[in-house]
Design a protein around this ligand. Structure first.
Ligand code: FPP
Length: 249
């Protein structure tokens, strides 16, 4: 969707509607483990459990789209054993969570460069996407080997190829055309982006799509995140005055 996404309208009654699309930069697994003197792998395992809780909480709190930054294109630079732990954990999640996702009406999609993973992981991704394809309560995007700049670059390259092939005039390339080539083409832009662990950076997450997102930074480390933290972030979102570049009054 283009940067001209319309503001969320407040419905009648006392409870304002939940943000349609929430993105989360799940951060702090390593510090959680260090604080307990346990291996980082245990921090990631506890992070995966938090992921499960938050997917259920998001659906229960009326969120329609949830995008989780699980593995960035830069995370490949971590030590090989940590990359192995993380990919193993994600593969395990994809394999064992599908039944729960189906029960909760969650449709799972993966965004990012899935070809960077091996055939086993690719097969798990395809299976999880296919088995949850009919669900409509919550759309869950898991960003794996994802980077916003890489996504925008790939979209620009596709447009250039289409222009070179005479399929689109260069003058017809506008924001909508570029947005239409992103992996999120048919999805609403995020209204709210949360980062945990107190870091205040966007770290290459949904760079194009986050143009008008409200940013909420919470000190809690990801493995400790739960329904109440999501509720707090949504309450903070409701306090914000979203103008989309315009003026109120
Ligand atoms: C940041 O913590 C977190 C990650 C790099 C990976 C996120 C992965 C999970 C929550 C687990 C698996 C995901 C799914 C979808 C099952 P960090 O290691 O950067 O922590 P630190 O900044 O404290 O070192």
């Amino acid at each position: 969707m283009s940067a001209a996404t319309q503001p969320v309208l407040t419905a009648g009654g006392n409870t304002p509607p939940a943000p349609v699309h929430v993105g989360i930069i799940m951060d702090g697994n390593g510090r959680w483990a260090a604080a307990r003197g346990v291996p980082r792998a245990l921090g990631h395992k506890a992070g995966a459990e938090a992921t499960r809780r938050v997917v259920e909480a998001a659906a229960g709190q009326g969120v329609s789209w949830l995008t989780l930054f699980a593995f960035s294109s830069e995370n490949w630079r971590r030590p090989a054993d940590e990359v192995r732990d993380l990919t193993g954990l994600m593969r395990h999640y994809l394999r064992h969570e599908v039944r729960q996702l189906v029960e909760n009406g969650v449709r799972l999609r993966v965004i990012g460069d899935r070809t960077a993973f091996g055939p086993g992981m690719l097969a798990e991704i395809r299976r999880a996407e296919a088995e949850t394809a009919g669900n409509t309560r919550l759309n869950l995007n898991v960003a794996l080997s994802y980077g916003g700049r890489a996504e925008i670059t790939a979209a620009a390259r596709r447009l250039a190829l289409r222009a070179a092939a005479g399929e689109i005039a260069p003058e017809a390339i506008d924001e909508a055309a570029l947005a239409g080539e992103l992996e999120t083409a048919e999805m609403p832009d995020p209204d709210l982006i949360i980062r945990t662990s107190g870091e205040k950076r966007i770290s290459n997450f949904l760079l194009w799509q986050a143009a008008y997102a409200e940013l909420v930074f919470q000190p809690v480390l990801w493995p400790d995140y739960g329904a109440e933290h999501l509720r707090e972030a949504i309450t903070e979102f409701h306090r914000r005055d979203r103008r989309f570049g315009a003026r109120n009054g």
